[in-house]
Each structure stands twice: as C-alpha cells, then as structure tokens.
Design a protein around this ligand. Structure first.
Ligand code: FES
Length: 119
C-alpha cells in the first residue's frame, strides 16, 4: 500500500511540476508563413516544426535532409522566437540575425512570422 501511495505521489508531483510546460506546449501559436509571395495565417503548437506545419498546409516550402544539416529549409524569422532541435550549419551570427532552419524550429512565442522569400 505504501508503494502505491508513493507512486501516486510521484505521478502527481511530476504532473504538477510540468503543468506549465504541458499547457504551453498545447496552446496554439499564431504564425504567418510567407512563401512564393503568398501569405498564410495559421495556428500551430510546439509539438511540430514550422516546416511540418507548412507541408501539412501544402505550402511549397523548400527542404531536403530534415535533420538540421543542409540548410535547404532556411527561412527568416521576422517576428517571434523559436527553439531549434538541431542546428549544425547556421552560425551564431546568422541565428542572431533571425535565420532559422524551419525543419528544426518549434515556436516559443505566441506569434511568429516566418519568411521563406527573404533568404
Ligand atoms: S531540410 Fe536540411 S536543414 Fe532543414
């Protein structure tokens, strides 16, 4: 009986300590994607990358490796912030200038604007 209470306590503690992260990941973010001179106003959650969202909506976003190596998916972040899962090609200066690998980028702000035409 004591072990069951301990396990239940650990599960509840884990859930409570991560609830902010869970809520944030589930909340949708507003994102504008500009590609081939077309603008798409979409919503997304942190569980997918910007490239995955673009492809889901049949946006003709460029990509190749989808592993953060080739930079074919390069885009300019004009508004908002992202977290890249992997970046083996962009320099710190390029990242600071707003360039992102869209295949690795997940939103960390509530509103984003990503431009594929500006690169
Ligand atoms: S598709 Fe190769 S880095 Fe994104």
């Amino acid at each position: 009986m004591d072990i069951e209470i301990t396990i239940l306590f650990l599960i509840i503690t884990f859930f409570i300590s991560n609830i902010a992260l869970i809520i944030n990941a589930c909340m949708s973010k507003k994102i504008k994607i500009i590609c081939d001179n077309l603008e798409y106003d979409l919503e997304m959650t942190e569980d997918k990358t910007i490239l995955e969202l673009a492809l889901e909506h049949d946006i003709d976003a460029p990509y190749s490796c989808q592993g953060g190596i080739c930079s074919t998916c390069l885009a300019k972040l004009d508004k908002g912030t992202v977290q890249m899962d992997n970046n083996q090609i962009l320099t710190d200066d390029e990242v600071e200038d707003g360039y992102i690998l869209s295949c690795q980028a997940r939103p960390t702000s509530d509103e984003l604007e990503v431009n594929y035409d500006e690169v």
